[in-house]
Design a binder for this molecule. Structure first.
Ligand code: AMP
Length: 544
């Protein structure tokens, strides 16, 4: 017997419609690429969302299922694209501009983007790709006529001119909530990036999950500053979650540095911040330098890589801000866990609370989590046993975009996150290591395997190993260990000069150490754990 409740679909357009109707006067504030601060309201945003939808339909014939790419910072025009594109039933493909140019070319072609909306900063990227991305029929530069750049992009269109004459009324259709809404590519350790195709349903459920008090607890009384980019896992879903509850949004645009953020925080008084540890490190250092205390920031959400205890302490003791440790990944929309307290934790002393906060917390309702051994047997939740962290739930992917034939789930339908973790009796998880040794530099991926492969391409290199080691600014940076071929004279500079021709500059190892031998496992694989034990603090020691 079926239930007799309404079959209303969980769609993205109603999020902004609802915000315009019930929180119409709430502000969205953006630092722009052009320079000035822009401010308007949810009511204003909704009108422009509808103008953009009309423009995409009438000028380019964008329809259900078409992919529209964006290469943009966190800002109001990008926000408009989030709702116009998905609202029409088309698919918003947020492109990470920090990817290698060849990877951007690959993903634009793989996604078959028809239109790309690009911020001023990233126009040079598209200029380099012209002629190599045949599916792209139009490029829209997200600015006004006065700021349109000189560009070699043929027939580049000005965003403000594109939407200017369009009606601010668009009848967003209703359709199956399982329809694809947005697409985000992961930059994995090997091979080409893989696409994660979200649905309207997954994004709306994820928004409910994010707003729950025991997750990020966002409400209509909050002002939220997402420093996490809208080009990397939808800025942790905040552009959807904030309109769901009517929270003010503050977008930092291209200024993600300490002084830029401190100024924005002082001006706009956010109650919630969200970003990776590197960003908070820069902000805290700057606030120290200028001797300023943040006022009114209730929580700073941190994720993407592990938050050190020193950071948790500093936020609390200097700024009265609770550092809320969260964990997630592109494949999870992205939030999986959040380290909020239970009633019994409230009476813990401060030191014990800090200790707890170093964990990634418990799963948001909707995400199921377990750890297994290599054979897939479930391990105990005792806070000691560690194993493969696996998840399932309505906002976890089941297959990658256009790789439907590859089964990525285990026999019981769980997705292996690639992380190694413990889970304690209360369900709080802690990341022990990444199964694949990927290096996280400032919240971005660096593939140790790709770097090793590049290094061994040099004729003087016999074997190479790359590990991520602690760095005072970037959290982690690559360290390269090399065994030279007999008689070879290769030095550090020669190695780096060679690598510079093979990888993007920010991937270059911070140091190169020449060794006589490298440790291996029984099956001949590099034993990186051992290398990390030996060299983990190499750069910290050098920095003094
Ligand atoms: P991405 O898909 O780029 O968001 O990266 C996801 C990966 O980042 C996860 O699988 C983890 O390895 C790592 N990660 C995310 N949050 C945390 C955290 N709080 N602590 C440690 N690692 C994290």
């Amino acid at each position: 017997m079926r239930g007799q409740m309404m079959d209303t679909q969980l769609l993205i357009a109603p999020l902004i419609r609802n915000a315009a109707r019930f929180h119409g006067d709430v502000e969205i504030v953006s630092r722009t690429c052009e320079g000035p601060i822009h401010r308007y309201t949810y009511a204003d945003a909704y009108k422009r969302v509808q103008q953009l939808a009309n423009a995409l339909a009438s000028r380019f014939g964008i329809a259900m299922g078409d992919r529209v790419g964006t290469l943009a910072w966190n800002g109001y025009r990008h926000f408009e694209a989030y709702f116009a594109v998905s609202g029409m039933g088309a698919i918003l493909h947020t492109i990470n501009p920090r990817l290698f140019l060849e990877q951007i070319e690959y993903i634009v072609n793989h996604a078959e983007d028809r239109v790309i909306l690009v911020d001023l900063t990233f126009v040079p990227i598209i200029e380099k790709l012209i002629g190599k991305i045949p599916t792209v029929e139009a490029v829209v530069i997200m600015t006004d006529r006065a700021n349109m750049p000189e560009t070699s992009i043929p027939n580049a269109i000005c965003y403000e001119e594109l939407i200017a004459d369009q009606s601010d009324s668009y009848d967003f259709p209703s359709f199956d909530e399982n329809t694809a809404s947005s697409l985000c590519y992961t930059s994995g350790t090997t091979g080409n990036p893989k696409g994660v195709l979200y649905s309207h349903r997954s994004n709306v459920l994820h928004s409910y999950g994010v707003c729950m008090t025991d997750t990020l607890g966002i409400s209509a009384t909050d002002a939220v500053l997402p420093v996490v980019p809208m080009f990397h896992v939808n800025a942790w879903g905040l552009p959807y979650a904030c309109p769901m509850v009517g929270a003010k949004l503050i977008f930092p645009g291209p200024r993600l540095d300490g002084p830029g953020l401190a100024e924005l925080i002082e001006m706009e008084r956010p109650t919630v911040l969200a970003g990776v540890p590197t960003v908070w490190l820069a902000l805290l250092n700057h606030l120290d330098e200028i001797g300023r205390r943040m006022e009114g920031v209730r929580i700073a959400v941190v994720g993407g890589s592990a938050a050190p205890e020193s950071m948790i302490r500093k936020f609390q003791e200097k700024h009265g801000t609770f550092l809320l440790h969260a964990w997630g990944m592109t494949e999870l929309s992205p939030i999986g866990t959040a380290c909020t307290f239970k009633a019994k934790h409230l009476s813990l002393d401060q030191e014990a609370k800090y200790k707890l906060q170093t964990k990634i917390g418990k799963p948001a309702y909707g995400v199921e989590m377990r750890i297994t051994d290599d054979e897939g047997n479930e391990l105990p939740n005792d806070g000691v046993a560690f194993g493969h962290l696996k998840v399932r739930g309505p906002w976890v992917l089941k297959s990658y975009f256009r790789r439907d034939d590859e089964n990525i789930l285990d026999e019981d339908g769980w997705f292996d996150t690639g992380d190694i973790a413990t889970v304690d009796q209360d369900g709080y998880a802690q990341i022990v290591d990444r199964a694949k040794d990927v290096i996280k530099s400032g919240g971005e991926w660096i593939s140790s395997i790709d770097l090793e492969n590049a290094a061994v391409g040099h004729p003087d290199v016999k074997e190479a190993a790359v590990i991520g080691v602690a760095h005072p600014k970037w959290q982690e940076r690559p360290l390269l260990l090399v065994i030279r071929r007999e008689g070879a004279t290769l030095d550090k500079q020669g190695m780096l000069d060679y690598l510079e021709t093979k990888v993007v500059k920010w991937w270059l190892p911070d140091d190169v150490i020449f060794v006589e031998e490298l440790p291996h496992t029984a099956t001949g694989k590099l034993l990186k754990l051992k290398l990390r034990e030996a060299y983990g603090d190499w750069l910290m020691k050098q920095a003094g």
